[in-house]
Ligand binder design. Sequence first.
Ligand code: NZQ
Ligand code: ZN
Length: 387
Amino acid sequence: MLNFQYYNPTNYVFGKGQIEQLTKLVPAGAKVMLAYGGGSIFKNGIHQQVTEALKGFEIVEFSGIEPNPHFETLMKAVAIIKEQKIDFILAVGGGSVIDGVKFISGAVNYEGDPAEILRKRILITDVSKVIPFGTVLTLPATGSEMNSGAVVTIAETQEKLAFGGSALFPKFSICDPTVIESLPKRQLQNGVVDAYTHVLEQYLTYVHEGFLQDRIAEGILHTLIEIGPKVVDNPSDYALASNFMWSCTMALNGLIQKGVPNDWATHMIGHELTAMYGIDHARTLAVVGPNLYRALFDTKKDKLAQYGRRIFNLNGTDEEVAHEAIEQTVAFFHTMGMQTKLSDYVKDYDHTATTIAKRFEDRGWLGLGERQNVTLEKVKEIVEMSY
Ligand code: NZQ
Ligand code: ZN
């Protein structure tokens, strides 16, 4: 097993009715920015629950953080925080709002152009320089509620860029599974497939000595396969909702990635498809992932075989099981309402592979993946296979 440090200071507050804990969790006397998205929290009553729990706190609301949050929008919040001397941020939303708040938190006291945080991937590690924040999760998917990473889009140039750092963990995250009742089917499907792919990015690499990490990863995959299709049809079933929410968090709170190789190339390519065409994050992963496994078959086949045997109970030679495991993955994505070709989403896609390869070249991303063998040529091949 590889050496590692596992640091995760987020106070994870789970369960029905827990939003009322905000009263105790937000630091006493804080001036709070309440940050949220396009208004779903008004329709499902979460805004009311939050403001009731925060009675007595001075609150400044910041609305309109869009899906795949924009740098340009977030910089408006940065200006308000500086002007109004806000000392705590509460993110109420899904991955986009939480990621947006991570950026705001790091940008307020950043010396220099905050776009550098994204373009130069500056690590945000000094807790004395960030604005502390907590979250109320409304959409299980990204794990952002218990990790220190985030993804922000510079709308002007269509750049969707990941950043993070140890100072960007939420102080707390309130995860009440009943919030998923109001989610549209499409977002529930997205959540399952995003979390599933997070596990694959940390699992589907090569055979290694992280036996426990593998078993935990497989446990999350099994759970998502079992509950995913059901929770989409019945989000008010508390057993399904709670296992869904916890699985999504566990898929990307850092635990299963420690001590083992990590891939993440599917995400890096997928982010480009969102930046270029606005396709939902999870749906880009369903398009790219299976083709990446096909294109990297030679180096991934041993782990694919383990995955096929343990997750789908497949039999046969390693080669046969590995191939069939990819097909079973695609079938699961279809069950979860995903389309798995770029042409299902976009008409004019011929230039996509060269555009993405050029962007990666400009950024110096010449070898992604657990073996740095996702070269520019491979990126092109994977994207072309996805057409
Ligand atoms: O904006 P509102 O009106 O709130 O509506 C949102 C939004 O339109 C709606 N929604 C959220 N909770 C709801 C609800 N509607 C009804 N009831 C509720 N309870 O859902 C829509 C999508 O929300 P969004 O936050 O964009 O979705 P998600 O949580 O999937 O986040 C996606 C973003 O997270 C990034 C993605 O790249 C993307 O930008 N990721 C962040 C990661 C991280 N920080 O670790 C890892 C991921 O791989 C991912 O890249
Ligand atoms: Zn993701």
